[in-house]
Ligand binder design. Structure first.
Ligand code: ZN
Length: 218
């Protein structure tokens, strides 16, 4: 099963699900699921929740993820470690959900005006929030690009390597090279998750990235 394969290949500290339904199906199978740390089957138990603030609950902490414990108590032979189950639209230590985060980054890279892009979200976050989020995005560039390149080569960057009998018009704005590395990352996300083979219409590109790579966007 692709999902299981993806889990094993990437970060084993979190499992990220496209929907609550998928998460709950996995929860129902917990006793027959191997621990991502020690691979032992039969010792996984639900073990509380991770709480934090988010968009819908910016005054009170809310449940952000479920914790799972690989039991080493009594007759269980697990490893005693924990991991957490997340839904695709949440990013660890980020107040915004992935859809408004995507809207913000898309706007900010298109217009170059981060404050205005952020204002359009009508978010309860502070005025410094867009800069903090932008810095996190900048810091994560190479990790994001590496993960994306493993899924599909970016066509705009690949274009100069193509031979002269390629059929692209050099002045076609659709295929003009992106202006900045950040815009290139956003375009690559669009290519892979809005127009590509791993597109899931129910997920924004950042949520889809998180499900596909089983790691947080940043
Ligand atoms: Zn374990």
């Amino acid at each position: 099963m692709l999902f299981g394969a993806v889990i094993r290949a990437f970060n084993v500290k979190v499992w990220i699900f496209a929907s609550q339904q998928q998460r709950d199906q996995q929860l129902a199978l917990l006793k027959c699921t191997p621990c991502p740390h020690c691979k032992h089957t039969g010792a996984l138990n639900r073990h509380g929740v991770l709480r934090g603030y988010d968009q819908q609950n910016f005054r009170n902490k809310t449940v952000r993820a479920l914790r799972i414990f690989c039991s080493n108590r009594a007759a269980h032979q697990g490893c005693g470690r924990t991991f957490s189950l997340w839904l695709a639209d949440k990013v660890k230590r980020l107040f915004l959900d992935t859809q408004p985060l995507w809207d913000f980054l898309l706007q900010a890279t298109t217009s170059g005006n981060k404050s205005r892009a952020f204002d359009q979200l009508d978010s309860a976050m502070s005025a410094s929030a867009p800069w903090r989020i932008w810095r996190r995005f900048l810091k994560a560039q190479s990790k994001i690009r590496t993960a994306l390149s493993a899924l599909a080569a970016p066509s705009a960057l690949a274009a100069p390597l193509q031979s002269t009998h390629g059929c692209r018009a050099p002045d076609d704005p659709e295929h003009a090279p992106p202006e900045t590395p950040e815009a290139a990352t956003i375009n690559h996300l669009k290519e892979v998750f809005q127009n590509g083979s791993v597109t899931d219409a129910t997920l924004d590109p950042i949520a889809a990235f998180q499900v596909q790579t089983q790691s947080f966007f940043f």
